[in-house]
Design a protein around this ligand. Structure first.
Ligand code: PLP
Length: 337
């Protein structure tokens, strides 16, 4: 099977398993896991932030900043396409009490002007803007630095916190050559995922100031995310940061080649094609297309009414070539069976 469902389906490599096997461990709730500590120090180096904290998942890494900087009567400005709105079961609302204010966006990318128009100051009967969320990449699209800098400027003017959901920030960074540190400089805190394109079994890392991480650690505990000998998982993260960042370029090349083949069919319209993701529409029912490809050993999913193809370290050069051949040979009649 050639698996394009998500970059979360990556299988652990032998080398990563070996790193995990050999990891030194301790009780991380007491800050005594040396491998977890090492991973956090690496994240600080990468993001340029004072302190980092391992969190169970990207969802937890997004929720904690809303618990600290948002809350009841507070608003977060974000794009309607953002992960916190569409894929986290409303946790920022139900668990942190923060109200998302959705501003117009270009496929998830907001302009500084639209952000500014939606800032609410104090009023006796209104919730108040506390924070802004940017997501980079968003549906595979890279946030232009100009927008991020503009949003940073507006946030500074109004004294607002900026949280960056950088689940796939390394995809942005290898593509543009802009360092994660530079992207992170436009936000007050940033979270990145180890369990997506980097190929780890679990974890995200949240980075910010000492003061913020001190509070984040308590929120993590509240959410049931205080774990013990996590060095065994942190070792996978260290391995991934050392070996799996540069190779994301391969995923992007595979995406570009497959995207070209999809564009050339008469039955698909590519809507978004960037970094490791393709979104396309079709006049045929998407579930029929997905079923026809599944029969030929190619897996992908439907997301928001569109077909979504995601490249990752699951997909080799040969898989890409083979997939392109299958796309080219696919007959429209297969979609109406
Ligand atoms: C996957 C993802 C998350 C959440 O990560 P989990 O580890 O699945 O909780 C958050 N934001 C974005 C943009 C993501 O793609």
């Amino acid at each position: 099977m050639k698996d394009f469902r998500s970059d979360t389906f990556t299988q652990l490599t032998e080398a990563m398993r070996k790193a995990m096997y050999e990891a030194e461990t301790g009780d991380d709730v007491y800050g005594e896991d040396p491998t977890a500590q090492h991973l956090q120090r690496m994240a600080e180096e990468i993001t340029g932030k004072e302190e980092s904290l391992i969190v169970s998942s990207g969802c937890m890494g997004n929720l904690i900043p809303h618990m600290i900087k948002g809350g009841r009567g507070k608003e977060v400005i974000c794009a309607p396409e953002s992960h916190i709105v569409r894929h986290e079961i409303g946790a920022v609302v139900s668990l942190s009490g923060t109200l998302p204010v959705l501003v117009p966006s270009d496929n998830g990318i907001m302009s500084a002007e639209d952000v500014e128009k939606n800032i609410h100051g104090y009023a006796y009967d209104m919730s108040e803007t506390a924070m802004i969320e940017t997501e980079n990449t968003t549906s595979g699209l890279i946030y232009p630095m100009e927008n991020l800098r503009g949003i940073r400027g507006i946030a500074d003017e109004h004294g607002l916190w900026v949280h960056m959901d950088g689940a796939r920030i390394f995809n942005a960074s290898v593509e543009t050559g802009i360092s994660v540190r530079e992207y992170a400089s436009t936000a007050d805190d940033i979270t990145f995922c180890l369990s997506k394109g980097l190929g780890c079994p679990a974890f995200s890392v949240l980075s910010s100031t000492h003061e913020f991480i001190r509070e984040a650690k308590r929120c993590r505990k509240i959410l049931g995310g205080g774990m013990r000998q996590i060095g065994i998982l942190a070792a996978a993260g260290i391995y991934a940061l050392e070996h799996n960042i540069g190779r994301l370029k391969d995923d992007h090349e595979h995406r570009a080649a497959i995207s070209k083949a999809v564009e050339e069919t008469g039955w698909a319209d590519v809507r978004i094609s960037a970094t490791n993701m393709i979104f396309f529409t079709s006049r045929f029912p998407m579930q029929n297309i997905i079923a026809a490809f599944r029969e030929k050993g190619v897996l992908f999913l439907e997301d928001g009414g569109m077909g979504r193809i995601v490249t990752s370290l699951n997909v080799t050069d040969e898989d890409t070539e083979e997939t392109i051949r299958i796309i080219r040979e696919m007959k429209e009649s297969e979609f109406s069976r």
